[in-house]
Design a protein around this ligand. Structure first.
Ligand SMILES: [Zn+2]
Length: 316
């Protein structure tokens, strides 16, 4: 059964299988990283709630004008047209800047092809916000270039929707790292970047494995209890973290935080996100040559390590 095609994502089952196999076979990358993070944090044991602890609380703040310059430079370095489109989105009312009390989150909206796409985000000056700006502008550029397709065909399935945005993030991150001179802040930025990549590649696939496990168990065991869900959640999470993170029994209930909309279609929703993340990182590596420079390597490390196996997926 072509699961992605069935959900309108137009992927192929064998591609998904190859992706899952490639990612799960490199869970050791996640375990290695969290062992290093435990040492950097000076902890004897790293618990599930420690995973996202920042390595450094200091961070550089960026004025809006600086953020614009950084992001536009990054897009311009790839192709001037990308910077041109991104820039026009900020000068033709394409941005809605946040005011106090606005809900969190950021997104790009294509509306209709005859209008310029809109980008909405909260900007507080952190490097994460600059990254979000680069990400959403990537969507905006993609939407703008898709306009000739017309209203019915300009939309993209999840398998390609995140490609331009993630590509923007990868391009801009190297520039941002070069500007930062404080070694501790640089290390913290790299850690966040890696965790960002893990969240999109490994975490999504581990959730995919969880959903696969509950469906498989449901077929053979009948109605599943909450405890059984928790057991399968812990197992699929432990498969990924191995012995690097201590999962408390309480963490078992965390399957319930995955949004219902995702839970019902994890296989069709989460694997495309991983595919979307992989391609731009690989392209970024290819464009810069082999990732010998530390910044590029760290930015794209997960994709670089699992890359050859995913290439197989593309050939099937
Ligand atoms: Zn996105």
């Amino acid at each position: 059964m072509d699961i992605l095609a069935q959900s309108g994502q137009r992927g192929q089952r064998r591609t998904v299988d190859a992706l899952v196999k490639a990612v799960t076979s490199r869970y050791d990358i996640v375990a290695r990283y969290y062992k290093i993070k435990r040492q950097l944090l000076g902890l004897d044991e790293l618990y599930d709630y420690d995973r996202y602890a920042p390595l450094e609380t200091r961070e550089t703040r960026y004025q809006w004008s600086q953020a614009r310059e950084i992001v536009l430079n990054a897009y311009n370095a790839f192709h001037p047209q990308m910077a041109e489109i991104a820039d026009s989105s900020s000068t033709k009312n394409g941005f809605t800047l946040s005011s106090a009390g606005k809900r969190g989150g950021a997104f790009a909206a294509p509306t209709i092809p005859s209008l310029h796409p809109y980008v909405f985000l909260n900007y507080t000056g952190s490097d994460k916000d600059v990254m979000t700006l680069a990400h959403e502008l990537g969507h905006g550029i993609h939407m703008y270039l898709s306009r000739p397709k017309g209203a019915l065909e300009a939309g993209t399935p999840l398998t390609t929707a995140e490609m331009a945005s993630v590509f923007g993030r990868c391009s801009f991150f190297n520039d941002l790292m070069q500007r930062e001179t404080d070694p501790a802040v640089r290390l913290s930025m790299l850690a966040r970047k890696l965790e960002d990549s893990f969240a999109t590649i490994f975490r999504q696939i581990s959730m995919n494995r969880f959903e696969d496990a509950i469906h498989t168990a449901r077929r053979s065991e009948g109605e599943l209890s909450r405890e059984r869900y928790s057991e399968l959640w812990l197992k699929t999470q432990r498969d990924m973290f191995q012995d690097s993170v201590t999962m408390r029994d309480d963490y078992g209930i965390w399957w319930s935080y995955v949004r219902t909309s995702s839970m019902c279609r994890v296989t069709s929703t989460l694997t495309p996100l991983a595919i979307s993340w992989y391609w731009p990182c690989s392209t970024s590596i290819k464009r810069r040559g082999h990732p010998s420079r530390p910044n590029t390597l760290m930015c794209c490390l997960p994709a670089a390590l699992i890359g050859p196996k995913i290439s197989c997926a593309k050939r099937v």
